[in-house]
Design a protein around this ligand. Structure first.
Ligand code: HEC
Ligand code: HEC
Ligand code: HEC
Ligand code: HEC
Length: 440
């Protein structure tokens, strides 16, 4: 298992009809994946948000196979800068590269090319788990020709086909939050230096075809244009497609250039729904880590660098208890809504300290003035009054002079009911009456 993303993930439901097929596929992969058995993970932003010392302690306790190559801290870190391994007669070297924007107290992300300067060239397959932006990945591949694959962490959408790297390697992504399992298989060809994914070239050729079609469509419309104004507008479109076609043509040509002797790769993405059985050993480890995170209750978790617990939040948001005395009716009604139980829903699945989850199940976290991390929430757990009405400290002190939003608009709701995390369930007409205090 090579994971460049987040250790903590949420499964996604898969249509009932596909269940058996998916299960069979997952089992097949577990049993036959030839490169299986090398464990490597990149701790990324979500993990480091919990503090370096804490992440290190958890990783050590649970033997997480973390690898970070370009993080320089005052003291040596608990995990290696490269994982070297050999499977089925093939040598692997796996590196982990964090983004320069990562902020870890007392540490600094160093130049990744320097960190990988001694990456073994030749027959060793060099894999880089990366939390960087695309341009930085491309620059890294140019600087370090030995790189075979860059696996992207936390991409918004997985690439169906790997993208070619300037050094002949491939860049691939399996999406984020563990929704997809990427299965990379390959065949090494003696003497070859580049990699070829059958899908990459076919996909590029299809893009060229479609750009060419769009261009001839614009040409047709220019011929039939009723007046000069329309012609002019269309000729700007024509320029766009011409430039795009030239770029795509060059990219396609680049895949032909590397069409000499090349290693064969194939990346397959398998959707991991709740229905796909867990890999027992990995699942056990993930559960153990989550349990450790959950035991570390707010205020007592010694995660920050100094070893001091994080300070309780004390800003513009005050928490729902502070409103109860003056607004008993609204409070009583709110307590009966799912918003008042939102934190318990996360606790029930041990995800309350998950960087991917806590914000929408707490109060004020979307505001720059709000709490910045889950351990300092205190009374701001749950979707409280201020999630809809705004920060209430000033109002509480002088209610008449500092009025709050009386009737929050739908845009307030859709910060959390974002059509993605809730699988598109939000419908203002049916949802609003369920949470307002007065009957509609
Ligand atoms: C800070 C994030 C947040 C905001 C803002 C928010 N919600 Fe929610 N809402 C949630 C969460 C999280 C849940 C799930 C609670 C649970 O069951 O654990 C939820 C649940 C609900 C439910 C219950 C759904 C069901 O049938 O189970 C309704 C209805 C609802 N919200 C309506 C609204 C409306 C209307 C607004 C805006 C006026 C709004 N919410 C604003 C986060 C939010
Ligand atoms: C973008 C905001 C957002 C994020 C991020 C988010 N949630 Fe929620 N969550 C919601 C909303 C909104 C609902 C209510 C959806 C509904 O019922 O319409 C909800 C409901 C839930 C529920 C209760 C009902 C259910 O659907 O099972 C659980 C459990 C839950 N979320 C867990 C999680 C976990 C675990 C994560 C992190 C992987 C997470 N949430 C991240 C907004 C969010
Ligand atoms: C999910 C969003 C949401 C949450 C959470 C929420 N409210 Fe409201 N609140 C509304 C909406 C919408 C209205 C306007 C419609 C209405 O009067 O019910 C409103 C109106 C009000 C009003 C004005 C009532 C009036 O008659 O003028 C008060 C006071 C109020 N809320 C207090 C609270 C308090 C206190 C809490 C927490 C215990 C709370 N609200 C939680 C959405 C919310
Ligand atoms: C000390 C008592 C007090 C506390 C505490 C208090 N309010 Fe109010 N609130 C009032 C009064 C009084 C009004 C009516 C003000 C007016 O009509 O001018 C009001 C009005 C409101 C309204 C209606 C809009 C408005 O401003 O006229 C909302 C919404 C509201 N409060 C939400 C909250 C929330 C949320 C909290 C907790 C963060 C809170 N209140 C805490 C006394 C209080």
């Amino acid at each position: 298992m090579v994971d460049a993303g987040n250790l903590l993930y949420k499964g996604r439901a898969v249509p009932e009809g596909e269940r058996a097929e998916r299960e069979a596929k997952a089992r097949l992969i577990a049993e036959t994946t030839p490169w299986g058995g090398i464990d490597a993970m990149l701790p990324a932003r979500g993990e480091f948000a919990l503090g370096r010392a804490f992440v290190e302690a958890v990783a050590t306790e649970h033997k997480l196979p973390y690898v970070v190559s370009n993080l320089e801290c005052g003291t040596p870190m608990a995990w290696p800068t490269v994982i070297e391994s050999s499977k089925g007669g093939v040598n692997f070297a796996i590196y982990g590269v964090v983004s320069g924007e990562l902020s870890v107290p007392a540490c600094r992300a160093s130049d990744p090319a320097r960190a990988l300067a001694s990456a073994p060239a030749g027959d060793t397959v060099v894999i880089v788990l990366s939390d960087q932006e695309e341009a930085q990945d491309l620059a890294l591949a140019t600087a370090v020709p030995a790189i075979d694959f860059i696996v992207v962490a936390d991409a918004a959408s997985p690439f169906r086909v790997p993208e070619p790297l300037p050094n002949g390697g491939l860049r691939l992504s399996n999406g984020s939050r563990g929704k997809m399992l990427g299965v990379l298989s390959g065949q090494l060809l003696p003497g070859a230096t580049a990699w070829r994914d059958a899908g990459t070239r076919a996909a590029k050729a299809a893009e060229v075809d479609s750009a060419r079609e769009r261009l001839s469509e614009v040409d047709r419309r220019i011929r039939e244009a009723p007046d000069d104004k329309a012609k002019e507008r269309l000729s700007r479109q024509r320029e766009f497609w011409e430039t795009r076609l030239a770029k795509l043509d060059a990219e396609l040509a680049a895949t032909v250039q590397s069409a000499g002797p090349a290693h064969e790769a194939q990346n397959e993405l398998v959707a991991l729904g709740d229905d796909v059985g867990e890999h027992a050993r990995t699942h056990e480890r993930v559960q153990a880590v989550k349990a450790t995170l959950s035991e570390a209750t707010p205020m007592t978790q010694g995660a920050v660098e100094s070893g001091e617990p994080p300070p309780a939040y004390s800003g513009a948001f005050v928490g729902s208890e502070a409103c109860a005395g003056c607004h008993p009716a609204e409070t009583a009604q709110w307590k009966g809504t799912p918003h008042a139980r939102a934190w318990a829903s996360l606790e029930a699945v041990n995800r309350q300290f998950d960087a991917d989850c806590w914000r929408c199940h707490a109060t004020g976290a979307f505001s720059p003035e709000g709490p910045g991390e889950p351990r300092s929430l205190g009374g701001l757990v749950n979707v409280g009054c201020e999630s809809c009405h705004g920060a209430g400290r000033d109002h509480m002190l002088s209610p008449a002079e500092k009025p709050l939003v009386v009737n929050p608009p739908a845009s307030q709701c859709t910060q959390c009911h974002d059509k993605k995390q809730d699988d598109g369930r939000f419908n203002e007409a049916t949802y609003r009456p369920k949470v307002v205090h007065s009957s509609p």
